[in-house]
Write a new protein. Structure first.
Length: 223
């Protein structure tokens, strides 16, 4: 759900361009605050396992692929008017060894085992690459995988880039490390809390189907 909220922001920002040629979305996050057993547990996602156990066909990649197929089909339809059957998705995963020992709930991550997983999904329409979606998950700030283009905060963040006409737009957000608390969970705060926050307005709205308004909004400033 956190990724879905971020991609709604991506579409909103893309609306400021006359044409969109290519989009890159990168999300980095710490799963150490994830509840025990979420999505089957951290071990089932590959964390704490030998590096050889995680490749592009690991369960975490297949689960994300299933999800991204639907989300990116919506992006392709919104931006280019094509159906999801016209979108080809190529998946690549690689594990990153943990540098420090971390206990997250009932899971123990030992140095040298999988401490972070970088997942890349490249989406094309025909031979034209139109979007690259990357997610990099780690367990514990000491095991954060901060690549060259990643947010610099071990707590995580996003980098969203849109290349089009009349130019390129890039948005970066990352959490202040000093303000970061291990009690904060993106899964809860960005998805569950966000959905719970709209309940009063939905209850007060007239009957019907409610969808997000992704049109760009502007705030005019006068000197």
């Amino acid at each position: 759900m956190a990724s879905r909220c971020s991609k709604q922001l991506l579409l909103r920002l893309a609306g400021t361009l006359d044409e969109v040629h290519e989009v890159r979305f990168l999300e980095v996050g710490d799963l150490s605050a994830a509840p025990d057993g979420m999505w089957g547990g951290l071990e089932s996602l590959g964390f704490g396992m030998p590096l050889a156990a995680v490749d592009s066909d690991h369960a975490i990649g297949l689960m994300q692929h299933f999800y991204f197929d639907a989300v990116l089909g919506n992006v392709a339809h919104t931006l280019y008017g094509v159906g999801s059957d016209a979108v080809r998705v190529v998946r690549h995963l690689y594990p990153v060894p943990a540098r420090v020992r971390v206990q997250a709930g009932g899971t123990v991550i030992e140095p040298g085992t999988v401490g972070a997983i970088h997942m890349t999904y490249r989406e094309s329409i025909g031979d034209d690459l139109f979007m690259t979606n990357e997610e990099c998950r780690h367990v514990g700030a000491g095991n954060a995988h901060l690549g060259q283009d990643h947010p610099r905060s071990p707590a995580g963040g996003h980098v969203i880039t849109r290349d089009g006409n009349p130019g390129v737009i890039e948005m970066r957000n990352e959490m202040d490390d000093e303000a970061y608390s291990g009690d904060w969970s993106a899964v809860t705060d960005i998805s569950v809390a966000a959905m719970a926050g709209v309940v009063p307005e939905l209850c007060a709205a007239p009957p019907g189907v409610v969808t997000p308004d992704l049109r760009p909004h502007y705030l005019l400033e006068s000197s």
